[in-house]
Design a protein. Structure first.
Length: 244
């Protein structure tokens, strides 16, 4: 699938507009995101770096609608998703966003194929079609020979490939990854990084990659740095837009 382009280049996928996020803490409010603005275009790959506690995961959770900002808007293709009801949000997330975390969060009682089918079944894709899609995704990530293995019977790199297959089974427009290779050795990390970039090129999905791994950050055409709840650097083709 080729990337959607227009005369102005790829279209905006998501716009983060003046978001703030605070957590109630010790009888007060702890501000964690402080007026973050960000534009991600369709198919764009952007790394997010910054010291521990800078707010990277909080931003990823807000972008992924797993948590909502205290103030501000998150517009996907123009629609402010902050206003959606919880069931609407769940459906939107299931169809639009894939997640990969440092720890795979696969369901231990289910095998690789069943884990990857899960988002499709939740989206009410007929079981046979869900199974076919899941098998094709697992084949794509190099695990056609491990369909009936449970997570505990897979290596760390294989578990993360299953998690990537699960994240992609609904063909999301955006993949959000939080330390996707934080738990893997150098060689396996490189293989997973290569896989993510291949999948970006093949599917045209955008990727936001939160990482402490500078090798991964350098692979991304655009890199955002966070410090103390703010975006402080934005380098790459679309860089600068988030720092208005
Ligand atoms: N639910 C919460 N309640 C209170 N404070 C929180 C909560 N979640 C996060 N924080 C605080 O918000 C700040 C940012 O956390 P966040 O997890 O976004 O950091 P991070 O940049 O992802 O760090 P790391 O690189 O260590 O993963 C931290 O200081 C953290 O303690
Ligand atoms: Mg984090």
């Amino acid at each position: 699938m080729s990337r959607p382009t227009s005369v102005d280049g790829p279209r905006t996928l998501v716009e983060v507009v003046h978001i703030h996020k605070s957590f109630p803490h010790a009888g007060g409010e702890l501000p964690v995101l402080k007026d973050v603005n960000l534009v991600l275009r369709q198919g764009e790959v952007c790394a997010v770096v910054g010291a521990s506690g800078a707010g990277k995961s909080t931003l990823l959770h807000c972008l992924g609608t797993l948590d909502l900002p205290t103030r501000g808007e998150i517009r996907y293709e123009g629609r402010n998703v902050v206003e959606l009801t919880p069931p609407e949000l769940a459906e939107f997330r299931n169809r639009t966003i894939g997640f990969v975390f440092q720890f795979h969060h696969l369901l231990p009682e289910f095998d690789a194929l069943e884990n990857v089918m899960m988002p499709a079944l939740i989206a009410r894709v007929p079981p046979r079609q869900a199974r076919e899609r899941a098998a094709a995704m697992l084949e794509r990530v190099g695990l056609a020979h491990r369909l009936t293995h449970r997570p505990g019977e897979l290596s760390g790199g294989e578990q993360q490939r299953v998690a990537i297959a699960r994240a992609l089974v609904m063909s999301p427009k955006l993949l959000l990854a939080d330390e996707p290779t934080g738990n893997l050795d150098t060689k396996t990390s490189r293989e997973v990084h290569d896989l993510l970039f291949e999948l970006n090129a093949e599917t045209g999905m955008a990727m936001l990659l939160v990482t402490h791994n500078m090798e991964l950050a350098r692979l991304a055409p655009r890199c955002i740095r966070m410090a103390d709840g703010r975006l402080v650097e934005d380098e790459g083709p679309a860089g600068g837009e988030g720092l208005a």
